[in-house]
Design a protein around this ligand. Structure first.
Ligand code: PLP
Length: 391
């Protein structure tokens, strides 16, 4: 009998975390590596958020909390969803989770049965298929196209729907492409899902990071019908630079949320009490800092895309949201005789001392993901190195 369960043996480790740790390891050895692997803002958590956490510790708010999250935070999240996203949820329809990652995991465990199909538009965030498989489901991929700005459409969905389709995962703005699905497309997709009885997981982690006047729309806000089939997933990780605090949440139909609360109660118990207080401060406190972050991200985004498009053999679609660029490097791979983008990523880190994640990790070979959640100075230096290596 094998030591490890088949579930865990079938699970691939996170390739984005692997590349980030490799870069960290090299840096620890004194090697000057420029990392483009980061999936987190390079800004500090706002000080009023930290102060709320310190206050929570000093006041002894350090014990177990309800599995669903503290009532104050659930209420504040409900208010946020109404104010910013136009979706009306009661606080009982909200569960506080260990980041958006655990919200997704808990959702998969709640709704997927053995063999159920889950549609994942590619390129996708690396974690989705692994979580689906872990829950016993079958990931079904469908490629978006670079020509269409990597936007997922109803036509693509129709191609892969079967009798066994249980869930569709939407990620807009997208990691890794930055694509933002327009409202009319969301409506078409949503109405089709409602008709077919397919649930939608809407991962909205990057909702606040949009550029060029682009507007993020929550699919659950479009109609009551869509709200009934959607589980809205979000976190404080990216918008408040709180990746390490581990606070996320899900909002949706009561039966599903109750199941997710039960999973919390029998697994992690609750999200860290101090971090929950900090999350209340983040959601209710000043939001102005975001303007400065967006300005910095936008400058870096423009610079990066322009640079990529000026390098022979590289082309890059303009990302409308999140903090990643996803250039096409197929010609570079061909010219350099690289077997695949994994081999090229190894070459880059070893020779140019530049760390970026190969597109294959996101189910989309021939591309690479570069995060611009790093300083302009690093971006300039890293892209100089990338360009020299490519040339
Ligand atoms: N969803 C997407 C699309 C992400 O990119 C990430 C993090 O990289 C997450 C979810 C996980 O977020 P959290 O750190 O809140 O678990």
């Amino acid at each position: 009998m094998p030591l490890l369960s088949h579930r865990v043996r079938n699970m691939a480790p996170s390739p984005t975390m692997a590349i980030t740790s490799k870069a960290k390891e090299m840096r620890a050895k004194g090697i000057d590596v420029i990392g483009f692997g980061a999936g987190e803002p390079d800004f500090d958590t706002p000080s009023h958020v930290k102060e709320a956490a310190i206050k929570a510790i000093e006041e002894g708010f350090t014990k177990y909390t309800p599995a669903a999250g503290i009532p104050e935070l659930r209420e504040v999240i409900a208010q946020k969803l109404l104010r910013e996203n136009g979706i009306e949820y009661s606080s009982s329809q909200i569960v506080v989770t260990d980041g958006a990652k655990f919200a997704l995991f808990s959702l998969m465990l709640s709704v997927i049965d053995e063999g159920d199909e889950v549609i994942i538009p590619a390129p996708y965030w690396v974690t989705y298929p692994e979580q689906v498989k872990f829950a016993g489901g079958k990931p079904v991929f469908v490629n978006t196209s670079e020509e269409n700005g990597f936007i997922f459409t109803l036509e693509l969905l129709e191609k892969v729907v079967t009798e066994r389709t249980k869930l569709l995962i939407l990620c807009s703005p997208s990691n890794p492409t930055g694509a933002v699905i327009p409202e009319d497309e969301l409506k078409r997709i949503g109405e089709f899902c409602a008709e077919k009885g397919i649930l939608i997981a809407s991962d909205e982690c990057y909702e606040k990071l949009v550029y060029e006047g682009e507007k993020h729309v929550s699919i659950a806000s479009i109609s009551d019908e869509l709200k009934e089939i959607t589980i809205t997933i979000n976190a404080l990780s990216k918008a408040y630079s709180m990746t390490g605090w581990r606070v996320g949440y899900a909002a949706g139909p009561s039966e599903i949320i109750s199941s997710m609360i039960k999973i919390n109660s029998q697994s992690v118990s609750n999200v860290n009490s101090i971090a929950q207080k900090a999350a209340v401060a983040a959601l209710t406190g000043p939001q102005e800092f975001l303007k400065d972050w967006l300005k910095a991200f936008d400058e870096r985004r423009r610079y990066m895309v322009e640079r990529f498009n000026s390098i022979p053999g590289v082309s890059c679609t303009v990302p409308k949201g999140a903090f990643y660029a996803f250039p096409n490097i197929k010609k570079v791979l061909e010219r350099g005789g690289f077997k695949d983008d994994f081999e090229f990523a190894d070459f880059l880190i070893e020779n140019a001392k530049v760390a970026a994640v190969p597109g294959s990790a996101f189910g989309y070979p021939g591309y690479m993901r570069f995060s611009y959640a790093t300083s302009m100075e690093n971006i300039k230096k890293g892209l100089d190195r990338f360009e020299a290596a490519v040339r």
